[in-house]
Design a protein around this ligand. Structure first.
Ligand SMILES: Cc1ncc(COP(=O)(O)O)c(C=O)c1O
Length: 508
């Protein structure tokens, strides 16, 4: 068990003053709830807003409302690689998932599969199209909602924008959560903004809003004990989400921190007064957190971005891996000459050394590649970066995803991070088709989703991350890569006393 500074993988720190603001609203929440709802409608320019107990509750209500409008439709199209909360909500709404594989470089749909998946009629009896399709901004990376709409709208399939992980994000000048006429956010604890738990549902559709209005009235309110428990939880989070003490809850297995669970029997409630009171300064908090996450995202991006060849270092292994990933059919990511020989300078290391080319992040900046953007090269693909990215002012991700194709190397990084308390975590454990209760067709081609689940790690970007933390993470990655590269063994660094091959832990 590790005792000492331990970073949570994701966090939206709660402030004492916000918790104090929530307590009076606990007794009489009407005013706080109305105010929060009004501000959200104004901020997102939405016609209707519903406040509930979680993102899953919001999604369930949306799906139940749509099902009232289209009763013959029973299936929901989702990406095969996503948070298990999504299929949990689909099941809770009494519907079935229809997974579509992802593009491993973007986490968005595999658009070579999507048209067939949308147009095939899963419900054999009614020959009905899917009820809806989700466009999910996974980790806060903007999904290509416009492209999904282009395919779904001619078939009269509603597009739900899942902005659970993306509150505060922007794509092509538009706020995430406003790209479709149905969307939702999560206010859970690892999200962009938190009210311990909570969900926001937005829609401009009057027909859907009318159904959701009826459904939300049937949702129970938090009992006084449940709301008191939320206050205690907020105090617990305030104290123990802090890296100085996070080691303690992390060492209690019963808390199941970091576990991804398929759990369709979740509690569904209207949002309580305490949560709305806690959100009293939500706009300034969100702005601040978004700014910090943007800075950290840009930092990680620069670390993995090509800064040109570094003197004296080369890895033929990198070239092989880079080329083999290209050979897997991603023709649009053409290999520039000698790209694989480049190493990546870490700004933290003053341009010396850095992380080698075979870390392969699904480029978070791949999407939104039209007007106003200029082309830049990224080591993992011919990426088009929004020009703001190259000014270190980019996307604001809640975790920064990185692909590590070598299983041994990935496990070594995760293990070292556990020992050093650096908050590097795997992504989701498998494709959603691996959840037996969903009873999806076992022959579905979801290879990219499965591969992603085996390769992905995520780096923290949250406001608790300090410069020293970033340095330690950079050093860990750098060590891990050198360790596994035959040509680099000559430069092998001091081995840890535990024989792990990593330098001694520096954060304990
Ligand atoms: C993509 C996505 N959708 C929906 C949800 C559900 O949100 P909540 O945890 O508030 O129920 C989550 C939560 O992690 C999520 O990541």
């Amino acid at each position: 068990m590790r005792i000492g500074r331990t970073l949570p993988p994701a966090a939206a720190p709660l402030a004492w003053k916000d918790i104090l603001s929530g307590i009076p609203a606990f007794m009489n929440g009407e005013q706080a709830l109305h105010r929060f709802e009004r501000e959200l409608k104004e901020f997102f320019g939405a016609r209707h807003c519903f406040l509930v107990s979680s993102g899953k509750t919001a999604l369930t209500l949306i799906l139940q409302g749509l099902h009232k409008l289209y009763p013959e439709r029973t299936e929901v199209v989702i990406p095969a690689y996503t948070c298990y909360s999504v299929p949990s909500a689909v099941t809770r709404a009494g519907l079935k998932v229809r997974p579509c594989d992802i593009d491993p470089e973007t986490f968005d749909y595999d658009y070579s599969q999507l048209p067939t998946i949308l147009s095939s009629t899963g419900n054999k009896k009614t020959a009905a199209p899917p009820l809806a399709i989700l466009a999910i901004h996974l980790f806060g990376i903007p999904a290509n909602v416009a492209r999904v709409q282009e395919l779904a709208e001619p078939l009269n399939i509603p597009v739900i924008e899942d902005a659970a992980q993306a509150m505060g994000g922007i794509s092509r000048g538009k706020k995430l959560g406003t790209l479709s006429d149905i969307s939702f956010f999560s206010l859970g604890r690892g999200k962009a903004l938190s009210t311990v738990e909570g969900g926001i549902l937005l829609t401009d559709r009057n027909d859907l809003a009318a159904e959701i209005q009826k459904l939300s009235k049937t949702l129970p309110q938090y009992t006084i004990f449940e709301e008191a428990a939320l206050i205690l939880k907020s105090l617990f989070l305030r104290v123990f989400a802090n890296p100085a003490l996070f080691w303690l809850p992390k060492s209690i297995p019963a808390l199941q921190l970091g576990r991804t669970l398929y759990e369709p029997h979740f509690k569904m409630r209207q949002m309580g007064g305490f949560q709305a009171g806690l959100a009293i300064r939500w706009m300034e908090t969100l702005e601040h957190f978004t700014h910090v996450r943007r800075r950290n995202t840009a930092h990680w991006f620069r670390l993995f971005q090509s800064n040109g060849p570094v003197q004296g270092g080369e890895s033929s292994h990198s070239i092989e891996q880079f080329n083999s990933s290209l050979a897997e059919g991603k023709e649009r990511y053409k290999s520039p000459p000698e790209r694989g020989k480049e190493r990546f300078n870490s700004p933290l290391e003053g341009g010396k050394g850095g992380v080698q080319a075979r870390i392969h992040p699904p480029c978070p900046l791949q999407r939104g590649t039209s007007g106003g953007y200029r082309q830049e090269e990224c080591f993992c693909c011919d990426v088009l970066l929004p020009s703001c990215i190259s000014n270190s002012d980019s996307e604001s991700l809640i975790r920064f995803p990185v692909r590590i194709p070598d299983m041994e190397q990935r496990e070594a990084i995760l293990e070292a991070s556990r020992r050093r308390g650096l908050g590097i975590m795997p992504g989701y454990p498998d494709a959603v088709t691996a959840i037996p209760e969903l009873e999806t067709d076992p022959t579905l081609p979801v290879g990219a989703a499965r591969k992603t689940s085996r390769e992905l790690i995520t780096l923290p970007t949250h406001p608790y991350l300090t410069e020293a933390d970033r340095h330690c993470i950079t050093q860990l990655l750098s060590e891990a890569l050198e360790m596994h590269t035959p040509t680099q063994n000559a430069h092998y660094r001091t081995q840890g006393a535990d024989g792990s091959g990593f330098a001694n832990d520096h954060l304990s």
